[in-house]
Design a protein around this ligand. Structure first.
Ligand code: E4P
Length: 217
């Protein structure tokens, strides 16, 4: 499983890329608005700084508008992945953009049938939302991710799972165990993945023991 960062915050992106394990950035309208940017500004700012795949979402609700926006984004940078919502209009736009070799991620997926339709419409990625199912007392990995993974494998679909709304270390672990291709995580979640109290106390002991040797002479 690879890691993407789910943010439009440039400082977070820079720090995460420095770690060396973050291979892409995903955004959505809420994340971009939080930074006070419009979509074009977000694309320019982020793609000028980092040369990793960036996912950017359309805001049109009709397929014509989605296609226009998607093509405009792709003309700024051909490596952008266009996020479209999993609606009737989004699926129509997905087929048309995918046929033009523009990479599409279908987002806001909450059922395995939605993921299957998205894959059949040529999506390169499906983005099931784990945390928002957990929020309503469903196990996002057990009830959604596992079914999607099984269907993709069984039908040999050429689509990658980008697990979204992955907010906790246990969600990350369960996504990895379920065979998810990519988990997109907020910066704080990425930080929390490396934290362990025994690592901290172990390092503290190593350093204090080492200091006693350094002090001999
Ligand atoms: C996916 O790309 C979404 O941006 C995101 O993961 C949603 O996460 P949230 O449910 O924590 O808002």
């Amino acid at each position: 499983m690879r890691f993407y960062l789910d943010t439009a915050n440039l400082a977070e992106i820079k720090k995460a890329i420095e770690l060396g394990v973050v291979e892409g950035v995903t955004t959505n309208p809420s994340l971009v608005a939080k930074e006070g940017l419009n979509m074009n500004e977000a694309i320019n700012v982020i793609t000028n700084i980092v040369k990793v795949p960036m996912f950017v979402e359309v805001t049109a609700l009709e397929s014509e508008g989605m296609i226009t926006e998607g093509e405009a984004f792709a003309s700024i940078n051909k490596d952008l992945v266009i996020k479209l919502p999993c609606t009737w209009e989004g699926i129509k736009a997905c087929k048309i953009l995918s046929d033009k070799n523009i990479k599409v991620a279908i987002t806001l997926i909450f059922s395995a049938n939605q993921a299957l339709i998205a894959a059949r419409a040529g999506a390169s990625y499906v983005a099931p939302f784990v945390g928002r199912l957990n929020d309503i007392s469903q196990d996002g990995v057990a009830t959604l991710i596992k079914d999607i993974k099984e269907i993709i494998d069984m039908h040999k679909l050429k689509v990658e799972i980008v697990a979204a709304s992955v907010r906790t270390p246990i969600d990350v672990l369960n996504c990895a165990k379920a065979g998810v291709d990519i988990a997109t995580v907020p910066y704080n979640t990425l930080v929390s993945l490396l934290k362990h109290p025994l690592t901290d106390s172990g390092l503290e002991k190593f350093m204090s023991d080492w200091a006693t040797i350094e002090n001999i002479d």
